[in-house]
Design a protein. Structure first.
Length: 465
């Protein structure tokens, strides 16, 4: 250990809360960010954390932060390690605060449709707990089986059913957190409040730099009475975008609306042509049937033919499959996904520009996109790029170039450079395109006010000063 005074911390929280196992320390060097795995493969891995602490209570978290704040020891919160934008990279002078042992179901209230969990609780386990009572959280990120409910808050996550159920900010009821000085705060109380600014948003998307989320209460839904699917094939991306716009602006809210460009349609659904649009409907049986019929009528009016419903069923069967970076890297492939968003008037230009820009990367073997989250004012795009390299030292430059070209294209057309994975380290240099210079300065002031000693997860979100 390189951190002085750990004996005092062990006395405060128990020596068994401080992990010494080398394998566990190695497993907490970083999260699932592709570039961290690229660096491992290229022989430049992140160091082990100076200390790995596994709290089991709010009091433990308070003790750790009080200890660290007094001594100005950096702290890096770690949920279940599913982050993909560089939100977690260990440092030998930092405490890695592993919240995985804080995993209790605090309560499930079927009358008020609320459920509370420790922040380290697994997302799929949380959904299964409420499903046993005929309820749903309605939040289904691809990482649901490997992510924590606190991580959903910290990254301002979105799930696959967001078009109908909303994003995490629409689902969260209250947030419990420990501030850098050790104080506990609970943000959110009633079903709606007009008691000043909504301070829950200090923690939503905070990525561990403003405090440690320790508990979350969600506003639930009853499990849907009926489900159905629809599927169509648009001649091109813009025609598909226009159909999706008509659907949501007419007032229909199917939980899933996803549109794949021709390349992804062929790759994933070999029996499909053109741009697949797949839709899932959920809710009261009468509403599901009316919505499905209305969507079919809008597609027919736009001249967009149907596609086999088995395409949607196939997606549901494989939607949570997460690739292994090591398998791809062993083949010399650098692969990642980049999610952005833009208004209806700009999304076509973002798509065209980003796909064209990717083609300029030497060794590019795939550059494509699909949309997966739809709003009245626009939608997101989820780009995928794959680059074939011939040597490990080519991997990081190729990776960063793929990201740069997509984010630059998005910013050129006024889009948002981060839709649901957060900023981490990979997007931080584009934050001013999102918030403006004044907004970035404001966020710095918030950070300085809550964390004057700068102990919380340095290096994420904010660009280097």
């Amino acid at each position: 250990m390189t951190i002085a005074g750990l004996d005092a911390l062990a006395a405060a929280i128990g020596a068994d809360r401080i992990e010494h196992d080398a394998a566990r320390l190695d497993a907490r060097r970083h999260d699932y960010w592709a570039l961290s795995h690229v660096r491992d493969f290229a022989g430049a891995p992140a160091p082990r954390p100076g200390a790995l602490v596994r709290p089991r209570s709010i009091a433990d978290v308070q003790a750790v932060l009080s200890f660290a704040n007094e001594r100005r020891v950096p702290v890096i919160p770690f949920g279940l390690g599913s982050g993909v934008v560089g939100g977690v990279i260990a440092s030998p002078d930092a405490i890695m605060l592993d919240l995985g042992a804080m995993d209790a179901v605090r309560f499930i209230d079927p009358v008020n449709l609320l459920a509370g969990f420790d922040a380290g609780h697994n997302g799929l386990a949380a959904e299964e707990a409420v499903a046993a009572k005929g309820l749903t959280i309605g939040h289904w990120p691809q990482s649901v089986a490997v992510s924590s409910v606190g991580g959903w808050i910290a990254t301002r996550a979105s799930g696959q059913l967001s078009t109908g159920y909303g994003n995490i900010e629409d689902i969260v009821h209250s947030i419990e957190a420990v501030l850098p000085n050790g104080d506990v705060v609970v943000l959110g109380k009633g079903p709606r409040a007009s008691a000043g600014p909504d301070l829950r948003h200090l923690m939503l998307g905070s990525e561990g730099m403003l405090g440690v989320i320790t508990g979350v209460t969600f506003s639930l839904r009853r499990a849907p009475e009926a489900k159905a699917v629809s599927c169509f094939q648009a001649p091109d991306m813009r025609a598909g975008f226009e159909l999706q716009r008509e659907i949501v602006q007419r007032g229909w809210r199917p939980p899933v609306m996803r549109q794949y460009d021709e390349r992804e349609s062929r790759r994933q659904y070999g029996d499909a042509t053109h741009c697949v649009i797949m839709i899932a409907h959920e809710g009261p049986a009468t509403l599901v049937e009316v919505e499905r019929a209305a969507v079919a009528a809008l597609a027919a009016e736009a001249g967009i033919p149907t596609a086999p419903g088995k395409i949607v069923e196939r997606w549901f069967g494989h939607r949570n499959t997460v690739p292994s970076w090591d398998t791809l890297l062993a083949r010399g492939l650098v692969v990642d996904t980049v999610e952005v968003s833009a208004s209806w008037t700009d999304i076509g230009a973002v798509y065209d520009d980003a796909v064209a820009a990717l083609k300029g990367i030497e060794g590019l073997i795939a550059g494509s996109a699909h949309s997966s989250h739809v709003y009245r004012s626009g939608l997101n795009l989820y780009f995928t790029f794959a680059v074939q390299t011939s040597a490990p030292d080519q991997m990081e430059p190729a990776y960063l170039e793929g990201w740069r070209r997509i984010l630059d294209a998005t910013a050129r057309h006024g889009g948002s450079v981060a839709h649901h994975h957060g900023v981490g380290r990979v997007r931080r240099d584009w934050l001013a395109t999102e918030l403006g210079d004044t907004g970035v300065a404001l966020l710095r002031r918030v950070k300085a006010a809550l964390d004057p000693n700068g102990i919380m997860n340095a290096g994420v979100l904010l660009p280097d000063a």
